[in-house]
Every structure is written in structure tokens, then in C-alpha cells.
Design a protein around this ligand. Structure first.
Ligand code: TXA
Ligand code: MG
Length: 315
């Protein structure tokens, strides 16, 4: 990756120290996670949280995920339940976020949770972010490091292109392996998937009953806002070919290599396709195509999360 940004750094002891110092001061920094890159700040600091919302231009009613090293650190902020322990044991640290009741004495800023009495928590597995968390005595509120309603960044350069020099540190750790955001599951009352991800509903169902109810029109997870994940140019779904000056995003082995064809996975691997999705959209936008046509993506496995993002991108 060519680095023309002086605020992108490789991870080492010096950058760890500098990152920790910045976070303690209430600054926000760009951090890698296994899903996508995040914009991290002290979840207990009003100044830091205000910076996150204003940098992203994020509506104040859209709450943030709070990131911890382990459940012991989260204990002072949230009320655990049996369903939580079951999923934590199985999937954490990893790409899953739990919505739980917030403890009344928690120091989490009310802006983080959009004044709700619930809080979304996650335990990332990425070792860079884990070493940063190890050196803090507060958790990190960390949305994806992109402007609101756009697509999430999957590497340090993506983050720099979103915020330019407005943040002082972006830690570079190559491409995020998973490439789409964590699965969000509400564990309040009957468990419910609020945002599909690489950990599928089918897998979670092996450990607990989850509600199949279609989520009501009321916004309970604002990631479900209809317009979201937009690459900045129109996206058209279930197409077989693209119009002139437009790109075709394909999947599987049946497509020719053409300059406007972008294959998410030649070997029809849906996880690989998920990890290539945002990367491909950014590349297409940069190359100046006017619209993105997307072929039908199988709606199973990681395809469910891909189609969720595509539907909103096309909205
Ligand atoms: O993979 C990820 O989760 C990434 C990385 C950086 O950790 N983060 C991420 O954050 O995707 P963000 O802010 O882009 O998405 C957070 C999602 C939103 O859909 C938000 O509405 C939902 O989590 N959320 C946060 N708090 C919630 C709450 N109390 N109740 C319901 N949904 C909540
Ligand atoms: Mg986001």
C-alpha cells in the first residue's frame, strides 16, 4: 500500500504509547479490527464521543458499540444474562456484538447509547486493538471509521481517505480479514439478530432460540436505517450485465475477465465475497464508473449479510 498520508502508522511500541496517550486525552484514532476499521474514543469521555459523532457526521440517535478486552471489563457497565454467557464462551473475542441492559451506575456517556438504557458491546479479536485496550482503563466506543451512511473502511488508506488529516493516528494493519461489520444480536428479552454478519443466525441458533420476527419498522438498531452502506454512486441489484460506463460486480466462475467486471469470488466462496465487497465498491468508485450493477448473490451463509448491505446500498 502506497502511504501518502503522514497519519498512517505501522504498529509498534512507540505507536502503542502514542495511541494510548491520545485516547487518554480524549482524542480519537483509527484502529484495525477483524471486521472493519474503527474510529475509537474513550466511551466514558464526553469530549471524545462528541468528536466521533462530529467527525462522522453521524445522527445523534444512532448509538455506538463499546469495545472491551473481556467480559470482566464490561461487568461494571452492563447486566449480563445466561444467553450472553453462552454466546461469549462460543464466539468471543470475535465478530459479534451484544445488546444488553446498561447498569445505572455505568460511566458510559449517554451520547454513546443515544440515551437508550441499553448498550451494544463487543470484544474484538484483532491483536492490535487488543493491545491498545490492554493499556487503557476505559472501553472504546468505536463505530466503523467512515462518514455516516457510507461504506465501512477495510484498511488504513480507506480511513485516511474518509477523514484526511482530521485524525492524528491511523494504525495500519493491512486489510481487515472479515471485511463486513460484526453480527449485532439483541439479548434483551427473546434474542434477536439486529444486523446479520459473518457469524450467522443459523450458527447462533445452535446455542439459543432466536426470534424470527421480522423487525418492526421502528428503528431499534439504526444500522437498519434504510439508506446506509452507500458507495456514493447508484447500486442496482440482481443484474446480468452492466450498462455503458458502469461496473458489473459478479460472483462465481461464469464471468469473463473484463475491465468493468469485478468478481467478488471466482470460487463462489461467500465469505471471500464478503471480505471483498467494500474493497471492490471503493475501487469501482475510484475508477470513475457511473453506477454499480450487481449480479444475484445467493442468500445463504455469508450471503445473507452481503445481501443485507447490498439492499441498503441500493436504497
Ligand atoms: O464490526 C463492527 O461492529 C465495527 C467495528 C469497528 O467494531 N463497528 C461498527 O459500528 O460497525 P457502527 O457504529 O458502524 O455500527 C453499530 C451498530 C449500528 O447499527 C447501531 O445502530 C447498533 O450497532 N447499535 C449500537 N448500540 C445499539 C443499541 N443500544 N441498541 C441497538 N443497536 C445498537
Ligand atoms: Mg458503520
Amino acid at each position: 500500500m502506497k502511504n501518502i498520508y503522514s497519519n498512517i502508522f505501522s504498529f509498534n511500541k512507540k505507536i502503542l504509547k502514542k495511541s494510548v496517550a491520545n485516547l487518554k486525552k480524549g482524542n480519537v484514532i483509527g484502529l484495525p479490527t477483524e471486521t472493519v476499521y474503527g474510529l475509537g474514543g474513550n466511551a466514558y469521555s464526553k469530549v471524545a464521543i462528541q468528536k466521533i459523532y462530529s467527525l462522522k457526521n453521524r445522527p445523534k440517535k444512532n448509538p455506538l458499540i463499546v469495545h472491551y478486552l473481556n467480559y470482566r471489563d464490561a461487568d461494571k457497565d452492563v447486566i449480563f444474562n445466561r444467553d450472553f454467557y453462552k454466546l461469549y464462551k462460543k464466539f468471543c473475542p470475535g465478530p459479534i456484538t451484544f445488546v444488553l441492559k446498561k447498569k445505572s451506575r455505568s460511566k458510559i456517556q449517554s451520547l454513546v447509547t443515544a440515551k437508550l438504557n441499553t448498550v451494544a458491546i463487543r470484544f474484538p479479536s484483532h491483536k492490535t486493538t487488543r493491545s491498545v485496550l490492554k493499556n487503557l482503563n476505559f472501553p472504546l466506543a468505536m463505530p466503523s471509521a467512515n462518514l455516516s451512511s457510507g461504506i465501512s473502511p477495510v484498511n488504513a488508506l480507506d480511513v485516511a481517505e474518509e477523514f484526511k488529516k482530521k485524525i492524528k493516528i491511523i494504525i495500519n494493519s493491512g486489510n481487515s480479514k472479515i471485511g463486513i461489520e460484526s453480527t449485532v444480536v439483541s439479548l434483551i428479552g427473546k434474542p434477536k439478530i439486529l444486523r446479520p454478519g459473518i457469524i450467522e443466525a443459523k450458527t447462533i441458533k445452535k446455542f439459543l432460540k432466536i426470534s424470527n420476527n421480522k423487525i418492526s419498522s421502528k428503528i431499534i438498531s439504526p444500522g437498519m436505517l434504510k439508506k446506509h452502506y452507500s458507495p456514493g454512486i447508484p447500486v442496482l441489484l440482481n443484474k446480468k450485465k452492466a450498462a455503458k460506463n458502469c461496473a458489473l460486480v459478479t460472483f462465481g466462475g461464469n464471468y469473463k475477465d473484463k475491465i468493468n467486471n469485478f468478481n467478488l469470488s471466482k470460487k463462489s466462496d461467500l465469505k471471500e465475497a464478503a471480505s471483498n465487497l467494500y474493497k471492490t465498491f471503493r475501487k469501482i468508485k475510484k475508477q470513475g464508473f457511473k453506477k454499480i450493477y450487481v449480479v444475484k448473490i445467493p442468500n445463504l451463509g455469508a450471503g445473507i449479510a452481503i445481501n443485507d448491505r447490498l439492499k441498503r446500498a441500493a436504497n
